[in-house]
Design a protein around this ligand. Sequence first.
Ligand SMILES: *Cc1c(COP(=O)(O)O)cnc(C)c1O
Length: 361
Amino acid sequence: MSPRLEDLPLREDLRGMTPYGAPQAALPVALNVNENTHPVPGEVADDILDSIARALRDVNRYPDREFTTLREGFADYLGHGLARDQIWAGNGSNEVLQHVLQAFAGPGRTAMGFSPTYSMYPLLTRGVGATWLAGDRGHDYVLTPDSAAAQVADADPDVVFLCAPNNPTGTPLPIEVIEAVYAASRGIVVVDEAYAEFAPRDERSALTLLPGRERLVVSRTMSKAFAFAGARVGYLAADPAIVDALRLVRLPYHLSALTQAAATAALRHASTMLAMVDDIVAQRDRISATLSALGFQPFESWTNFVLFSGVDDPAATWQGLCDRGVLIRDVGIPHSLRVTAGTEEETTAFLDALASIGSGS
Ligand SMILES: *Cc1c(COP(=O)(O)O)cnc(C)c1O
């Protein structure tokens, strides 16, 4: 008989933990993990494939450890006068966040976020042997500068995560909150802008706060707006000294030559890759409006998903949708469910299925 987890000489601090586990069911309409459900356009896919094919010819050699070309690509894409020595990247922004924690948290140290927030922050924190501290949000999950700064000053964490806009609630994060938290902290302040491309166009990014703030980190991902979740590419912008610190903890050659080639090629087509963002935002707003009409309470969202409350029995509604071929997410918030905005057809399938189940209270 194979040993059970409890029988293994597992680290004490990992006992009782559960791994990240969004269900991966093969349903016709999958709106559960905030992917971009639009496939990569054909002509872009062809160019990416050519780049990967060229990289493959040299795959007997290790890749550029400093992924210089890719960092230049990200610096150009982000703008704001950023240079490549201010850019870091990894296999998804999850890995980038893990690098930050490995360098700046670890045993005896703490990382903090404001619940409910991205479920990977506590998992990544515990994974590096640090302690997770959960702060609170106000009414409708909104974070105010005074409250956030007071909580950070009180907890004095080594790393603070500000998810802007927040997952799983969709809540925008005012730039004043970032300024206040930075001023109240002595540790690293990570602003996770995984969904930044879905925010209103005229909104300021935390990237504008980087000059003069050497403890500030702004992370991004190609997984959401860029329709590149399966390629696993995330990145951040920060002071060059922070980027140097991350080199201490990354595995050598952590970004494969194929990943670097694919991401660099995709960045050359940024505007085509991002062409679906407006469509997705329109579907998101349609979801919110229809949910209200059905008697649910959607929360304001600047992302590609909507959290809604007023669900009498989330587990039953989730199952009812599953039975109708639609997968969404129960994020464990009472009387609430979260749905990703899909294509128009997928969104219609979700809204019709939900209407047929009913029970908005
Ligand atoms: C999806 C998501 C990420 C990114 O994940 P990748 O590892 O880049 O795929 C990061 N932060 C938040 C808040 C997310 O929702």
